[in-house]
Ligand binder design. Structure first.
Ligand SMILES: [Ca+2]
Length: 333
């Protein structure tokens, strides 16, 4: 089997699903994970968390690279539940000395047309890679991003069930703008689609019943998460009865090797700015004192990327549980 070669770029540590997405990638025989790169905020801590997660998954062969922590403009938000349940107190795993941006450039340029970059956080690292080596745009195979909102979800009573702005693009808006304009081959997996893929109860039960170290870690993360998710939902004004164990990031990794799980359409997506209707303490105000948010509404222009619009949530949940309840080492096959 020819493996899909990926660089997995993640803000592991803040939200629960990055850690399980890294374990999912490590357990996928279809993937050759060239490296895990980390972005946004405390990238030293995130790199350490990634090393620990890969060690638990029996994949210390996958190198980890610290990347860009500071957004291109000085505004950001941070949920901050950093790696709870993953690193033991005082534990200091070590990672590569090479910078994530240099690793991305080197890997893409040495393997023209071979490397897919999958981003699960801000797109800061790939944006910096484009600035430092513009030829990555012509040499990358594909950029798959979990980011943006394309069709905000409203339920039959007219209540909003998904955010109108999305965290990953908004945590480094200038990087997002730069990447969206880059003309590289791109697929966008927006949050309105990933909200169609919750982990189903029977699949969670399979993970909880497994003795494998990744299943145990996944079960622990899923236990810690729901109260934090409720806090976040409350903060962004979404009814908390709609919370679930969303598989945003694992779903995005799946798309690197399985195109049957989501339906994609070619669309034109560009960054535009709106003032947010919701006052949020967690957002820093920009220089004008405004809470300006990046939106990604499709435009009636020539398509510049593929955008996921539908997902087979049951198949996603099943595949996720298959891999995370299995014995470790599956990805080495
Ligand atoms: Ca993430």
């Amino acid at each position: 089997m020819e493996k899909t070669r990926i660089i997995l770029d993640t803000d592991i540590g803040t939200y629960y699903d990055d850690a399980v997405a890294v374990m999912f990638a490590a357990q996928s025989p279809e993937l050759q994970v060239e490296g895990v790169t980390v972005c946004y905020g405390d990238t030293h801590l995130r790199a350490q968390i990634a090393v620990k997660v890969l060690e638990i998954a029996g994949r210390s062969d996958i190198p980890v690279f610290k990347g860009i922590g500071v957004p291109m403009r000085d505004e950001s938000l941070m949920f901050g539940f950093e790696g709870e349940g993953i690193l033991e107190p005082g534990e200091e795993p070590t990672y590569s000395d090479q910078h994530a941006v240099d690793f991305m450039i080197e890997t893409i340029m040495n393997n023209p047309g071979e490397i897919t970059v999958v981003t699960l956080g801000t797109v800061s690292n790939i944006a910096h890679a484009i600035i430092k080596e513009p030829a990555v745009v012509d040499n990358i195979k594909e950029l798959i991003m979990m980011a943006g909102v394309v069709v905000p979800i409203v339920d039959d009573k007219g209540v909003r069930r998904s955010p109108v702005e999305e965290y990953n693009f908004n945590n480094d808006k200038i990087a997002a703008e730069l990447v969206l304009r880059s003309k590289m081959p791109m697929t966008l997996i927006p949050i309105d689609v990933t909200l169609g893929a919750p982990l189903l109860d029977e699949d969670l039960a399979r993970i909880q019943a497994s003795d494998s170290p990744i299943a145990k870690l996944t079960a622990r993360i899923f236990e810690l998460w729901p109260p934090q998710e409720k806090l976040i939902y409350t903060a962004v004004g979404i009814p908390t009865e709609h919370t679930a164990l969303w598989l945003h990031d694992p779903l995005t990794v799946m798309h690197a090797f399985d195109r049957s799980l989501m339906t994609t359409y070619p669309l034109h997506i560009a960054a535009e700015y709106n003032q947010t209707p919701i006052e949020r303490e967690m957002y820093l105000h920009n220089a004008n004192g405004r809470q300006e948010m990046l939106r990604t509404n499709p435009k009636k222009l020539t398509a510049n990327m593929d955008v996921a619009l539908e997902v087979d949530g049951v198949a996603v949940s099943r595949l996720f549980a298959d891999r995370l309840s299995a014995p470790i080492g599956m990805g080495l096959a």
